[in-house]
Design a protein around this ligand. Structure first.
Ligand code: CA
Length: 230
């Protein structure tokens, strides 16, 4: 994996130091700033791939700075992960409303943080995935945005395509609706869990035309699984 630049904006020295270390160990190239003003100076010379932004900063708050960045065309597309204090649900909601891509609650495990960063980078298209994914006779082409069974092309919507992409890259595991929402739609989008059921139903109907409706399986009381095995 190529090195991604991550700008860490955190006023607490110990946490900032820990974040820098964790990022370096995971192959990222971190840059540090102790507040929004300093972060703005870093941005003058660097365009990071992602910003890890503490909510509570002295001076301009993290959320206020994020809001300003999202208004600037050159910075708008930099994904932002907000670091929030434990249990501040309202803050999380507000953070996502202003356009942050995700949030991580303190205290967090380094593993969780890195997983979140990778997921956001993937969703924003910065980490390219495999171009062609095959499972059995199913073929998903991410470049041409095509899903086919044998030589037959299936007519799926962009959302169903993303759902199939997730399923085909994560076969034989059960996912809850919440997990699917997180992984396929991302946490910055508000949709109801039953919307997933609607997409699954449509997907099954399309697959059903080829006698393959049972590869997307309902696991009662839990969620869904994609599997070629019954
Ligand atoms: Ca802080």
């Amino acid at each position: 994996m190529s090195s991604f630049n991550v700008l860490v904006v955190e006023d607490e020295d110990a946490i900032r130091g820990m974040l820098m270390m964790v990022l370096e160990q995971s192959g990222f190239m971190p840059m540090a700033a102790a507040d929004a003003e300093e972060a703005q100076k870093v941005l003058a010379d660097n365009l990071p791939d992602l910003i890890l932004l503490d909510w509570m900063l002295p001076g301009i708050s993290g959320v206020e700075w994020a809001r300003r960045l999202k208004k600037e065309p050159i910075y708008r597309d930099i994904p932002i992960i907000l670091l929030t204090a434990r249990g501040e649900e309202e803050d999380k909601v507000r953070g996502l409303e202003i356009g942050a891509d995700d949030y991580v609650s303190k205290p967090f495990s380094p593993k969780e943080l890195i997983a979140r960063i990778r997921a956001v980078l993937r969703r924003s298209g910065k980490i390219p995935g495999q171009a062609q994914i095959t499972v059995g006779d199913l073929l998903l082409d991410t470049e041409q945005h095509r899903l086919s069974i044998g030589d037959k092309q299936l007519e799926v919507s962009p959302t169903e395509f993303r759902l199939m992409h997730f399923f085909m890259t994560h076969p034989d595991k059960v996912y809850t609706r919440t997990q699917l929402l997180d992984q396929v739609w991302g946490r910055s989008v508000y949709i109801e869990e039953r919307t997933i059921d609607v997409h699954i139903r449509r997907l099954r109907k399309i697959l059903g035309e080829y006698g393959r409706e049972d590869i997307v399986q309902t696991v009662r009381g839990f969620g869904y699984r994609f599997s070629l095995v019954d």
